[in-house]
Ligand binder design. Sequence first.
Ligand code: GLT
Ligand code: MN
Ligand code: MN
Length: 386
Amino acid sequence: MYEPRPEHKFTFGLWTVGNIGRDPFGEAVRARLEPDYVVHKLAELGAYGVNLHDEDLIPRGTSPTERAAILRRFKKALEETGLKVPMVTANLFSDPAFKDGALTSPDPWVRAYALKKSLETMDLGAELGAQIYVVWPGREGAEVEATGKAQKAWGWFREALNFMAAYSEDQGYGYRFALEPKPNEPRGDIYLPTVGSMLALIGTLERPHLFGLNPEFAHETMAGLNFVHAVAQALDAGKLFHIDLNDQRMSRFDQDLRFGAENLKASFFLVDLLEHSGYDGPRHFDAHALRTEDEVGVWAFARGCMRTYLILKEKARAFREDPEVKALLDEYYRADPEPLALLGPYSPEKAQKLKALTLPEVRRSRGYALEALDQLAVEHLLGVRG
Ligand code: GLT
Ligand code: MN
Ligand code: MN
């Protein structure tokens, strides 16, 4: 019943299941997995696709002949399994050149190199059939304010995004660009920390219709923000182009935990939102197995992400269909025609009538029954209803 299938559109990054378990204090604990092997394993588990950074597939310094051989093997695995590559992104954070920013480095050599790398990643993605291009500005930030770079960085970043979108159009690639905010890590402060700040940036771009969001559960959660609200706002703006699902405890380092591992209730309402929103893009798990795990643990982790999503999807359906929930919600949203007629678009008559309005006293004393409603959600989650 909770068996993942390609139509569920679950995707993983090569860097997620391929994570070798390095952290700032410790060395790798797992061997690198070959990309074509990952493709076969993900297909066996019922995933829809695999996403990648340029360097996950083609390590820096690969010769053109080696590159061709890697691509041949990878494409063969995709053909054999039917797995898709819906999204690609450039690694603009590992190279020492990017230590003070990539697209917003103060050094124009570095900015030009980061842009070149982005264009080449778009070429690679197009060859693999990718339609979504993620931009995660992880190194675009600062620890030191004395440079005044915060005022310039926006302009550089905007210029680069405009360039990339123009290139995509020029080549006929048809990419949709999904911008991924994060508050901090690896930089002390990243310039575009939240879904809200990315949405605001999009309005200043030359081709805003080509740009949307790739929000990540862990990233808003690190900042103590409500991820469900962030996704709802992106959806409302028509800007949910992609989503990074994982889990995280607040105010910690970027944990990228298995989906649902920590905040079950928030995950439940996120799945509820996604499944009822009409969003039909990939459900991408940007998470990795704990450092304690061997390869067996990696596949248990991947399977766990997908199963938890499907279980929560079923619970969300049962919750929405529960007659008690429906009755409480009917009452919650009950709308008298009299005030409704005063709301909506402005008119001088409505303004006059609004000024004459007296609020019935009962509107102050009413209860909203949210305790009962929330308890029903908890009981569905605990498996005693539905
Ligand atoms: C990196 C980061 C993620 C981004 C990826 C895209 S890479 O692992 O932590 O949140 O989505 O570059
Ligand atoms: Mn993360
Ligand atoms: Mn991410």
